[in-house]
Design a protein around this ligand. Structure first.
Ligand code: ADP
Length: 163
């Protein structure tokens, strides 16, 4: 069994994430989406909400599961019997950060590989932050996220106080 984890904040999940995930399932038998419990990004969606949105988005995808993790990503990979960490690369500016992270993870866990998948050009401009910014100003994000995620964004920004 080739198992990989796909870690991230997923605040919220986008078509960019789902494209990487879909392609990862072509290479690995099992892909565990690992939702970071301790993100330093002050997420808009709670951990429970992010899990729920991901679970609905990945329903019916064979070999995919969604789990929460705390602490070191490589330790979660080891506990999950995963040999690889999947990361998506969009633009060159992703590269420097991702490269550093991959080297650090290699130092911490030489037995685990980071596998980079390059974003599809249609999705390379998509980020959760850009989507939140557009949705907060009532722009349509229907081409960028699944319908239930768009609905959740609309509800969030209808109730959230925007300063
Ligand atoms: P993190 O907070 O760990 O960066 P994200 O949820 O923002 O987590 O993203 C998780 C992973 O998915 C990262 O490797 C990121 O580069 C990748 N990713 C995000 N958006 C896209 C996209 N549009 N296309 C391809 N990969 C993406």
């Amino acid at each position: 069994m080739r198992i990989a984890i796909y870690p991230g904040t997923f605040d919220p999940v986008t078509y960019g994430h789902l494209d990487i995930l879909q392609r990862a399932t072509d290479v690995f038998d099992e892909v565990i989406i690992a939702v970071a419990a301790d993100s330093n990004k002050s997420p808009l969606f709670s951990l429970g909400e992010r899990m729920q949105l991901l679970t609905e988005a990945t329903q019916g995808m064979p070999g995919v599961s969604v789990r929460v993790f705390e602490g070191l990503t490589v330790e979660f990979a080891r506990r999950s019997m995963a040999k690889a960490i999947i990361r998506g690369l969009r633009v060159m500016s992703d590269f420097e950060y991702e490269f550093q992270l991959a080297l650090m993870n290699k130092k911490l866990a030489p037995d685990i590989e980071t596998v980079f998948l390059v974003a599809k050009s249609d999705y390379s401009f998509i980020s959760s932050s850009a989507i939140k910014w557009a949705a907060s100003l009532h722009g349509s994000v229907s081409d960028l996220v699944p319908p239930h995620v768009e609905k959740a964004l609309i509800e969030k920004y209808a109730t959230a106080r925007i300063d």
